[in-house]
Ligand binder design. Structure first.
Ligand SMILES: Nc1ncnc2c1ncn2[C@@H]1O[C@H](COP(=O)(O)OP(=O)(O)OP(=O)(O)O)[C@@H](O)[C@H]1O
Ligand SMILES: [Mg+2]
Length: 463
């Protein structure tokens, strides 16, 4: 059953139960008043003759007697069945009880109908000579009290109904309607296979439904962004892999068509095929790395001194490239909690870029320094630098600076690369909840840096 139906059922039940309870109250109050009336009648009829005497005196104008019996009817029922009024209530002087024939049962209070449809309670008390004194009390006061109570209870019930209606309206407006809208939006998103970034209308953010709506909107945006990211990833990867594949196919077709006549040509083609295959393998490895890094649990965190790491990388570089002046700058405590392999991988990629994008023999500086509660490590070169408009994109997947805009002019050749190195650096640093960036001046050199905060590392260590 829907919430809305349940709410309607609950409110209907509440109103029915309240109505029944109010009716019960009205009925029991009426019954109580009648019992009081009957008790009075029984007392009055205790001594028929004495009562008749008082009644005659009251009728004759005795104020004391009349004051006692203002609301009482007293009559004498003769043996022949005729009823002779002795005293009538002041408020209803014309009141005459209608005897139904079975009232001869003296001492039992009965109900009767008077003229005008008015009801009375009456009792008969035997007198001498087969006569009866008929004593009756009008039920007008009981009926009036009942009517008043019913009216008051009716008003109370209407108030309860109005309050219930108001509650239902608010619950519907603040809770149910937004949920219905959310359901419709979720169905739309499902129907579109998660691609349509359907948003629900903003509801009051102080309500649960409002918060649910905001959470839903945020989720839809994230999902759509994730889908788009995945789509671009696949597109980029396919595009990058297509180039080496085309080369491979080109050589195999050439070979099949007998285009590789000499042994030298075959050896040359094999060399190219091998190089392209290696490039593809490297791209695939890098892509796998990138995918793995989106999963934080893949990190194996340990204490790591970034100062030591840059020293080691500098030493390696000096061996590999003895022409360069490689300097190391260190200051402060540079130990962090991080995944040593991943951080080495990131800094190695930065060093590789510094070498690749700076002239042979130009100096390279590696550094590590304490920075507040974290540590910064950097790699500086005096290479071609990067134009400011390219800077925001260099960490993007597969992004490579076009050679024409790189320092050295159009003639400068772009070193080989797939454009994944910096994307992997970014992914590694993000997985550590750190920061990364680059400062660069076109034609003068670049400094790529990363920062790992101790708190970020502690967070990762605890997850
Ligand atoms: N130190 C640097 N100096 C000048 N330009 C740089 C430097 N480092 C990176 N770049 C520019 O940023 C681009 C992206 O670098 P990234 O390391 O991601 O890719 P890549 O070096 O081209 O290929 P890969 O590292 O995947 O083999 C490079 O193509 C280059 O144009
Ligand atoms: Mg690179």
């Amino acid at each position: 059953m829907t919430l809305r139906r349940r709410l309607a059922a609950a409110i209907t039940t509440l109103l029915v139960v309240t109505a029944l309870a109010f009716a019960g109250v009205a009925l029991s109050q009426r019954a109580y008043l009648i019992v009081q009336l009957d008790e009075r009648l029984t007392t009055l009829s205790g001594d028929g003759r004495a009562l008749l005497a008082v009644a005659s005196r009251a009728d004759a104008g005795n104020d004391a007697a009349a004051g006692l019996l203002t609301d009482v009817y007293i009559g004498v029922l003769r043996a022949n069945g005729t009823l002779v009024t002795v005293l009538a209530p002041t408020a209803e002087p014309g009141l005459v009880p209608v005897l139904l024939g079975n009232e001869r049962d003296a001492g039992t209070v009965t109900r009767s109908v008077a003229g005008g449809g008015e009801r009375v309670r009456m009792i008969e008390a035997p007198l001498v000579g087969g006569r009866y004194a008929v004593v009756a009390l009008s039920m007008a006061t009981v009926e009036a009290a009942s009517r008043r109570l019913l009216f008051a209870l009716g008003l109370a019930w209407l108030a309860v109904a109005a309050a219930a209606g108001l509650v239902a309206y608010w619950v519907d407006r603040l809770g149910l309607r937004p949920i219905a809208r959310l359901t419709a939006a979720a169905e739309q998103v499902t129907a579109s296979g998660g691609r349509a970034p359907v948003q629900v209308q903003a509801a009051d953010p102080d309500t649960e439904a409002g918060r649910l709506g905001s959470a839903f909107n945020a989720m839809v945006v994230t999902t759509a962004a994730g889908q788009e990211e995945l789509r671009r990833f696949v597109a980029d990867a396919s595009h990058e892999l297509r180039t080496p594949l085309t080369t491979l196919r080109g050589y195999s077709s050439l070979y099949a068509a007998g285009g590789l006549a000499s042994e030298g040509q075959v050896a040359d083609a094999m060399g190219r095929i091998n190089a392209e295959a290696s490039r593809m393998a490297r791209i695939v490895d890098d892509l796998l790395d990138l995918t793995a890094l989106t999963d934080r649990t893949a990190l194996e965190v340990a204490r790591l001194d970034l100062g030591v790491v840059v020293e080691e990388l500098a030493a390696d570089l000096r061996v590999r490239d003895p022409d360069r002046t490689v300097t190391v700058e260190r200051s402060g405590a540079t130990t962090v909690l991080a995944d040593p392999d991943r951080i080495r991988q990131a800094l190695t990629a930065l060093v590789a870029n510094a070498v690749k994008y700076s002239p042979q023999g130009s100096p390279i500086v590696l550094g590590a320094a304490q920075l507040g509660s974290g540590v910064r490590a950097w790699v500086s070169d005096r290479g071609r630098g990067i134009a400011s408009e390219e800077l925001p994109r260099v960490f993007d997947r597969f992004y490579r600076v076009r050679s024409a805009s790189a320092g050295g002019g159009a003639a400068a050749s772009t070193p080989k690369g797939s454009g994944l190195g910096l994307a992997i650096v970014a992914a590694i640093v993000s997985a550590h909840r750190g920061r990364y960036g680059v400062d660069s001046v076109l034609g003068q050199g670049s400094t790529f840096w990363l920062e790992l905060s101790s708190s970020g590392a502690t967070e990762i260590a605890s997850t």
